[in-house]
Write a protein that binds this ligand. Structure first.
Ligand code: FES
Length: 100
């Protein structure tokens, strides 16, 4: 079952951040007013996705260039999808849903 956790909206002031959510390292990106939350580990070799480049609706890993759809985590270049968490902006906070 998924549980929603919140972090202050200020955490995303710079447009990207890594936050701890229930013991998980989550990379957050704010793109065109929407929040996207990913496990901060690329499915290729586990490097931090937070260092990736946002190219429109695509997140490109900074290490070897695997590419993921920001909205779904689907792999666009590479071999495996990125783990993505539901996330939204609400009540001056960022809400992220993680499974138990
Ligand atoms: S670790 Fe991300 S592409 Fe290799």
């Amino acid at each position: 079952m998924a549980h929603w956790h919140s972090v202050p909206v200020q955490a995303l002031e710079s447009g990207r951040a890594v936050v701890d959510v229930d013991g998980r390292e989550v990379a957050l990106f704010l793109v065109d007013g929407s929040v996207h939350a990913f496990e901060n580990a690329c499915p290729h070799e586990g490097n931090p996705l937070v260092e990736g480049e946002v190219l429109g609706s695509v997140l490109a890993c900074a290490f070897h260039g695997w590419r993921f759809d920001l909205s779904t985590g689907a792999c666009l270049a590479g071999a495996h999808a990125a783990k993505r968490y539901p996330a939204e902006l609400r009540d001056e906070a960022i809400w992220i849903a993680v499974e138990d």
